[in-house]
Ligand binder design. Structure first.
Ligand SMILES: *[C@@H]1O[C@H](CO)[C@@H](O)[C@H](O)[C@H]1NC(C)=O
Ligand SMILES: *[C@@H]1O[C@H](CO)[C@@H](O)[C@H](O)[C@H]1NC(C)=O
Ligand SMILES: *[C@@H]1O[C@H](CO)[C@@H](O)[C@H](O)[C@H]1NC(C)=O
Ligand SMILES: *[C@@H]1O[C@H](CO)[C@@H](O)[C@H](O)[C@H]1NC(C)=O
Length: 400
């Protein structure tokens, strides 16, 4: 039916073009003909936005001050540098990052979401941290500037939009699984003790010693370097001058070692399944429900998940798209469900926001297209999606 309609439109346009052309001389004719052809070409219905059905966004909070647990004795910067925010809190620059991500989502999804905020259209979930909750609120402020009829105070161009989170003790979805998924924790411990990891540690012995000497903190594990990375990066992003000793090992080497920890956390199919697979399973369930008309609420269009560096990494890892790196603040992975009228089928597109001030990059799953048919997307990722998370984790507590 639709194809016939398009064919009809094309024929109509061609006839129209020819009619117009007959009134002009040959010189003008060529350029007009080209313009006519171009207008026919762009009237094709292969428009991503028109076919969009559901969006899921995983993102890391904005730039922040260091965490007390990650600091080191010889750090020239103490708590007073980080006031009034305190430890582990968003900086003003960090707030702008999360807000900017929200604004770019507004630009991308304006037609899809519409002007008006409807509670059912969006669900936002965060971890139980101030910085992820605040980042979620800031993203929402950028995503939903009040439409004229929803503006409720002339001094404040902002709409309150609720967020959800589970208390840290009961967060079995967005929190790291180390604390509640015993089989994940065991596998991670084993991988951190594997011959390969021990070999890696040995090869970096001098660097570890160098960092230990200068920080005044014992550095024996990858996670020790991970903590130093977090502190130095937080400080550098605040434009604080880093101590001279860091120049030899930061950013390059320390970032590489910190990213090695991230790589190992997603180091095999079992770990991917018990880490990012948890959330990918939810994304797939939601997408499939959307295609079947059974998603509740029916009006739902977008899911926002506000988390940490691992929330971006583990979702890339279950898609086998993680190339070892440490994500920037407010980096994001977006999973879009499209309906392609030309194929009469649903397809999934994955986007990576590496830097919130730049355009997202389209990612392609191995053995699929940028627009990966939904059923192929499900098949290709099936090995990383747990069927019964509680059982696979070996958890004595029900995790659902
Ligand atoms: C660390 O300090 C010790 C003792 O001062 C010194 O012998 C060693 O060479 C230093 N190692 C590195 C890698 O800087
Ligand atoms: C740090 O400096 C850069 C370049 O001058 C600037 O763009 C950025 O906003 C500054 N960041 C902070 C947190 O002040
Ligand atoms: C972080 O952002 C910078 C600056 O835009 C970009 O060059 C870099 O590739 C990003 N890093 C990662 C790991 O994505
Ligand atoms: C998942 O596994 C747990 C523990 O083995 C079991 O109690 C539960 O009934 C299972 N759930 C489903 C939906 O099969």
């Amino acid at each position: 039916m639709f194809i016939i309609f398009i064919a009809f439109v094309v024929v109509l346009l061609v006839v129209l073009c020819l009619l117009i052309l007959s009134y002009f001389d040959m010189k003008f004719l060529v350029s007009l003909a080209l313009a006519c052809i171009a207008s026919i070409a762009t009237s094709q219905p292969v428009n991503d936005d028109e076919s969009l059905r559901l969006v899921s966004v995983f993102f890391r909070h904005g730039a922040r001050t260091p965490e007390l647990k990650d600091t080191y004795p010889n750090d020239p910067y103490k708590l007073d540098t980080f006031q009034p925010m305190g430890w582990g809190q968003l900086t003003n620059h960090g707030k702008r990052m999360a807000f900017t991500l929200g604004k770019s989502l507004r630009t991308r999804y304006h037609d899809f979401l519409g002007d008006i905020y409807i509670p059912e259209a969006i669900r936002t979930q965060t971890t139980d941290y101030d910085r992820t909750k605040m980042s979620a609120l800031l993203l929402l402020a950028g995503l939903y500037p009040p439409a004229p009829i929803q503006k409720w105070h002339e001094e404040l161009n902002w709409l309150p939009i609720p967020i959800q989170y589970d208390n840290e003790k009961h967060d079995h979805t967005m929190q790291r699984p180390n604390s509640y998924c015993p089989n994940y924790k065991n596998e991670l411990d084993q991988q951190l003790q594997s011959d390969e990891t021990l070999e890696y540690l040995k090869a970096h012995k001098n660097t570890f010693q160098y960092i230990a000497n200068h920080t005044g903190k014992p550095i024996n594990k990858l996670s020790d370097v991970f903590q130093i990375y977090q502190t130095l990066t937080a400080e550098k992003t605040m434009n604080l001058t880093l101590p001279e000793w860091t120049a030899k090992v930061y950013p390059e080497e320390i970032t590489r070692i910190a990213a090695k920890q991230c790589e190992i956390e997603n180091g095999n199919d079992l770990m991917k399944r018990l880490f990012g697979g948890r959330m990918l399973g939810k994304v797939i369930d939601n997408m499939v429900a959307k295609t079947e008309g059974s998603l509740h609420p029916h009006e739902r269009k977008i899911f926002i998940y506000s988390g940490h560096e691992y929330s971006v990494i583990n979702i890339l890892a279950v898609l086998d798209l993680y190339e070892t790196h440490f994500p920037n603040y407010s980096a994001a992975v977006i999973i879009e469900l499209h309906y392609l009228r030309s194929r009469q089928d649903y397809a999934v597109k994955v986007l990576h926001v590496k830097d919130v001030f730049q355009e997202p990059i389209e990612l392609t799953l191995a053995n699929c297209d940028v627009l990966c048919p939904l059923n192929e997307f499900v098949t290709l990722t099936a090995k990383h999606v747990p069927k019964n998370y509680t059982a696979e984790c070996g958890s004595p507590v029900n995790l659902d």
